[in-house]
Design a binder for this molecule. Structure first.
Ligand code: FAD
Length: 467
């Protein structure tokens, strides 16, 4: 691309690009250029999700180098080792170029904090353009654009280790294999185990289970358990968890340097700025799902934003990838938390964009494949998650979903279930999203047939490319 731009000059290059695939899939280069397309789509009942799509022109080697640099902590660089870290949540040079075999999602590589601020500014422009285009619009963001990915890797590892520890204790209490929301640990036994393992004395763990709801029934579930490493408590800094393979106790959270701590805080601040603006302008913000080694952290941080910004309506939408074995658990847990805490649940359901990369990485590095083994199983998972959300929508005013798929059967299934459950399209609780130009035969009929007089059901993801 850079070479063609140099050879042709900026003006000719842009003209040529607009005549090619670019003109078909990309909405325009700035706020003004995309307006006519937004208006044309609007006339057909199709709304817009603005998504920023500029990708740096890096060679695979440059991408790998940037990735290794930004995913390794200062202490690991110093000691040359990763100590007790799990290999799934470590950067691997061979998979450093995250663009590899990914078609429909753009990839960000960390350069420095200034670049992250620039990404935030661009996302803000997208939010503003969305807010100006219609009253019921969406904008999409990616968290890897907003901060150093090392934090996402480390936080993901913490969350998954903590979840594994819960299941390990459930197995000890004879509760292995139950559905996640039905698994409850008896607090008394749990305290004994923690004391026997040398993790916390009974007196210490007594404080963990005395919250308002925590443990009143004498049991804790995974949501109560997760709240123990809530960012509002300092507990996670002190916690040790047993390594199932070595039997040794290991710290749950690695030490961050002061600079790394600051980088983490800045990422959270950027998210906060974006969500605040989205709320103010009435734009819903969808947080994209990314690779499995970042995703637990992305999902958890998004949930924190939902807790803060979704009190009156669903402003923040989390993305659930149904090719994951754990997709149903993730959806049901977040939904249950939203019920308990009273905030609005917004979800985008996708199958998942990183299939080949994820499979190859798990096989080569040697951890369990996190994805469903077959396409059919992913389809079943999608329907199961969607059905669960639609059932909830039937009874609740606090749930919204975007069915983000180009699969005609999925769209038909959704429309059939909506009719069966009595969910009318004009209620604006179910949206359909397709990438611009990828599935017009689905997007436009959805806009017209489901909701002839109002925008709000069919959505095309419009890419803007301003830098
Ligand atoms: C509006 C929109 C937003 C999106 N946002 C995101 C996002 O935030 N994060 C993200 O990861 N993706 C996102 N995607 C991409 C999405 O995850 C899919 O990759 C893409 O839409 C293709 O899936 P489908 O349902 O449209 O079509 P289909 O052709 O029915 O499904 C293809 C998908 O099925 C799954 N699959 C295929 N073969 C197998 C197999 N052998 N085993 C298991 N699973 C298999 C894979 O996920 C594959 O991408 C988005 C897509 C859209 C339309």
């Amino acid at each position: 691309m850079n070479l063609s731009r140099k050879l042709l000059g900026q003006h000719l290059f842009e003209k040529l690009m607009k005549m090619t695939f670019y003109g078909h899939f990309v909405a325009g280069e700035d706020q003004e250029a995309i307006k006519p397309l937004i208006q044309r789509n609007h006339a057909f009942g199709v709304g817009s999700v603005l998504d920023y799509s500029v990708e740096e022109d890096l060679t695979p080697e440059e991408a790998e180098r940037k990735e290794m640099d930004s995913c390794t902590s200062a202490s690991e660089k110093k000691t040359g080792g990763a100590g007790h870290r799990e290999k799934q949540y470590l950067a691997h040079r061979g998979f450093g170029d995250r663009r590899d075999k990914v078609i429909s999602a753009r990839t960000y590589f960390y350069a420095d904090e200034t670049k992250c601020d620039q990404h935030m500014e661009t996302f803000l422009r997208c939010i503003e353009a969305s807010g100006g285009s219609s009253e019921d619009s969406f904008s999409a963001i990616k968290l890897t654009a907003l901060g150093r990915p090392q934090f996402l890797l480390q936080f993901s590892e913490v969350l998954m280790k903590w979840r594994k520890f819960f299941h390990q204790m459930a197995a000890e209490q004879g509760k292995a294999g139950l559905a996640v929301m039905e698994t409850r640990l008896e607090v008394k036994k749990l305290q004994e185990t923690l004391a026997n393992l040398g993790i916390a004395t009974k007196a210490e763990s007594q404080h963990w289970f005395t919250g308002e709801d925590l443990g009143v029934s004498g049991t804790v579930d995974l949501l109560d358990w997760n709240s123990l490493i809530d960012n509002r408590t300092k507990l996670s800094k002190l916690l040790l968890v047993p390594n199932t393979k070595t039997g040794q106790l290991e710290p749950l959270l690695s030490h961050f340097t002061e600079e790394e701590d600051l980088q983490m805080k800045r990422m959270l601040q950027r998210m906060d700025v974006l969500a605040t603006r989205a709320l103010k302008l009435g734009v819903r913000l969808m947080v994209d799902a990314e690779q499995t080694y970042f995703q637990p952290a992305i999902s958890r941080l998004t949930l924190e934003m939902q807790r803060k910004f979704n009190m009156e309506k669903a402003v923040i939408f989390n993305t659930f990838q149904c090719y994951l074995k754990e997709a149903y658990d993730n959806v049901t847990m977040d939904m249950e938390l939203s019920r308990r805490e009273g905030w609005h649940f917004g979800a985008k359901l996708v199958r998942g964009a990183y299939l080949e990369q994820e499979r190859a990485r798990a096989a080569q590095i040697g951890y369990e494949d996190p994805l469903n083994p077959t396409y059919e199983e992913t389809n079943e998972m999608y329907q199961r998650c969607l059905d669960y959300v639609l059932e909830e929508i039937k009874y609740s005013q606090k749930v919204k979903v975007m069915v983000a798929s180009h699969n005609e059967d999925t769209v038909k299934f959704t429309i059939r279930r909506m009719a069966e459950l009595g969910i009318h399209p004009s209620e604006n609780k179910v949206y359909f999203g397709q990438l611009l130009g990828m599935c017009d035969q689905i997007t436009f009929p959805l806009g017209k047939c489901l909701c002839p007089r109002r925008e709000g059901v069919g959505f095309a993801v419009l890419f803007t490319v301003s830098e």
